[in-house]
Design a binder for this molecule. Structure first.
Ligand SMILES: NC(=O)c1ccc[n+]([C@@H]2O[C@H](COP(=O)([O-])OP(=O)(O)OC[C@H]3O[C@@H](n4cnc5c(N)ncnc54)[C@H](O)[C@@H]3O)[C@@H](O)[C@H]2O)c1
Length: 254
């Protein structure tokens, strides 16, 4: 029986690779239309090609999450089409080179905060503007922070600062939009097998050091992280907002 109801829309930043791509696949499988946003055009075009199907509705827009005007015009276009987004997943992010603070370049600091924090803010802001303008009945944001969203690791000051701030931003959004039934949660992945970690995972010594600290003694796949993202965005998590969920094989508990 056809209900003519449009598929719900999920906007996923960083959707061309790693955890974001895992989330894209999961939301498509669950019957969502997905708008994937990413600075990597080649990988975004490849994802469109790889995931082409009669049932999947995937669009890719090449953009830089640090450009507020680009993000604003993407969401303004949705408003013009009267197309509300039900879900926003923020995965776009970078992990800069490791350096103690006195050796940090100011440019690298600013770039990390700009992508990981300001980019997340811009996408949340525009999603919430669209949601309020269209008076949506329910919505969900899942922001991908990190285990570095609640603890610190040596030589990762800008990354840790950006991810702590993403957790704080998420908690604030949860307060402001709770009565509108728009939920916001953050997740804290540990070590995940994605292109971000390709080089790191080639180094046996580093991996041995890292895995010593992971009770499950393995890294996770992007699909495992996408499972948590999907759960938090779904109505199964209807009373969960303002929370932070590590997904780290037991790392933070040890
Ligand atoms: N991989 C891990 O171990 C791990 C652990 C904790 C947290 N995270 C977080 O998960 C998120 C996804 O990381 P991943 O591991 O999938 O890495 P990834 O490199 O595979 O994917 C990140 C995506 O973000 C995109 N991106 C980067 N800068 C952008 C910009 N300015 N505008 C638009 N898109 C941009 C990249 O093009 C890429 O497609 C990041 O926020 C990262 O900090 C990853």
């Amino acid at each position: 029986m056809s209900t003519n109801k449009p598929q719900p829309l999920a906007v996923i930043t960083g959707g061309a690779s790693g955890i974001g791509l895992g989330a894209v696949k999961r939301f498509l499988k669950e019957g969502y239309e997905v708008l994937s946003l990413d600075a990597n055009k080649e990988a975004g075009d490849k994802s469109i090609n790889d995931l082409k199907s009669d049932t999947y509705k995937l669009n890719f827009t090449h953009c830089d999450i640090t450009s507020h005007s680009q993000i604003e015009s993407i969401f303004n276009a949705l408003l013009e089409e009267k197309r509300p987004a039900k879900v926003l997943i923020n995965c776009a992010g970078i992990s800069p080179a490791l350096n103690p603070l006195h050796e940090y370049s100011v440019d690298e600091w600013l770039r990390t905060i700009d992508i990981n924090l300001h980019g997340t803010f811009y996408a949340c802001r525009e999603f919430l503007k669209l949601a309020t303008a269209m008076n949506i009945e329910e919505g969900a944001i899942v922001n991908v922070a990190s285990i570095m969203g609640t603890r610190a690791s040596a030589a990762q000051a800008s990354y840790g600062a950006s991810k702590h701030a993403v957790v704080g931003l998420t908690k604030s959004i949860a307060q402001d939009y709770a009565t509108m039934n728009i939920r916001a949660n953050a997740i804290g992945p540990g070590v995940i097998d994605t292109p971000m970690n390709t080089e790191l995972m080639k180094d046996e010594n580093v991996m041995q050091y890292l895995l010593q600290r992971v009770p499950m003694k393995r890294v996770a796949s992007a699909d495992e992280v996408a499972n948590l993202i999907y759960f938090l965005a779904s109505s199964e998590a209807s009373y969960i907002t303002g929370s932070y969920y590590p997904i780290d094989g037991g790392y933070l508990a040890s």
